[in-house]
Design a protein around this ligand. Structure first.
Ligand code: MEV
Length: 328
């Protein structure tokens, strides 16, 4: 039996724009996904039920790549999650990353020697296959590496370059540079309050919606580039520990995402409710439902304000640890 866990994530800056090569910055959060894998005598099982590939396309892609095609025996996989489901908090990426770590460990890789770039790559391939090729590696890199991660189509000066991620799907090659961002101690004064609207955020649909908008209105590509510039400013502010500037960049990102049509009334209402007690607030992830985040030094006050307008909340520090084996 192997127990592995990986954190969820929130995108601080750059969602959607990252699909078009712009940078994005995400933080690993204190809420985690835990997976337990064991040999099964009763065929493939997920949470005790027969494995349904339609319900778990990410896992299907992952298991084929890492286990089934190598003749691996059927497994029972149990999944426990602290995350709001289908809420844009990277739950499927965290599952893929934790399952990849568990499979490698069960085949003999020591817990201290997990090949993190390899795990992030395999998890990204599974996510991209399940999402029709459009997924950026931001979710899977963050749940694997933990901390704060920046991905971009080029090496970015504000962050520490880690590795290059290549993806070839349907003959098209995409390349991202994956970085980590060091946080100065002053950032521990602030928390993230995550507000969930209660409605799932349909990532593939929202990514497709932005693609349609850009093909009908090519001038909107300027807003994608603006998000990229705000993201770079936000990453610099983060690495300098300038909380005020981080908040301003978050607010600006939200405004630009509204212009791309990915926010909605619930998200805007929670953002407005959070702002008086926050340094900045924005939707996080794909939008169209899902979650918003607020950066705040008064997490209780901010969480109450979000709950008063109907959101469910969770508080996290910035930058939890990445994927790991829990039963070493
Ligand atoms: C999903 O968490 C964020 C998006 O930018 C999609 C992606 O990066 O693949 C909307």
């Amino acid at each position: 039996m192997v127990l592995a866990s990986a954190p969820g994530k929130c995108i601080l800056f750059g969602e959607h724009a990252v699909v078009y090569g712009q940078p994005a910055v995400a933080v690993a959060i204190d809420a985690r996904v835990r997976v337990i894998i064991e040999k099964s005598q009763s065929g493939w099982l997920i949470d005790g039920m027969q494995f349904d590939k339609q319900r778990h396309p990410h896992l299907d892609a992952m298991l084929k790549r890492m286990w089934i095609n190598d003749g691996g025996h059927p497994l029972s996989i149990k999944i426990e999650s602290d995350l709001f489901g289908a809420a844009g908090l990277g739950s499927s990426a965290a599952i893929c990353s934790a399952v990849a770590a568990a499979l490698l460990h069960s085949r003999g890789t020591p817990a201290e020697e997990l090949p993190l770039p390899g795990i992030a790559t395999t998890a990204h391939l599974a996510e991209a296959e399940a999402q029709g090729g459009r997924a950026s590696p931001i979710d899977t890199s963050t749940s694997t590496l933990g901390g704060v991660v920046m991905v971009s189509d080029k090496k970015e000066g504000q962050a520490n370059w880690q590795y290059t991620r290549d993806l070839r799907i349907d003959g098209v090659r995409r390349t991202w540079e994956v970085h980590s961002v060091d946080l100065p101690p002053s950032l521990s004064e602030a928390s993230l309050v995550i507000g969930f609207s209660g409605r799932p955020g349909p990532t593939s649909q929202m990514v497709a919606k932005v693609a349609t908008l850009l093909s009908n209105h090519p001038e909107k590509m300027e807003d994608i580039e603006r998000i990229g510039n705000v993201t770079r400013a936000g990453a610099t502010a983060l690495s300098l520990g300038n909380l005020q500037a981080v908040g301003i960049a978050m607010n600006e990102c939200h405004r630009l995402l509204q212009g791309l049509g990915v926010s909605d009334e619930d998200l805007d209402r929670m953002v407005d409710a959070a702002l008086p007690s926050s340094l900045g607030a924005k939707l996080t992830g794909a939008g169209g439902g899902g979650c918003m985040i607020a950066l705040t030094t008064e997490p209780r006050r901010t969480a109450e304000a979000i709950e008063l307008v109907g959101g469910r909340t969770m508080v996290s520090r910035l930058g939890a640890s990445g994927v790991c084996i829990e039963n070493k």
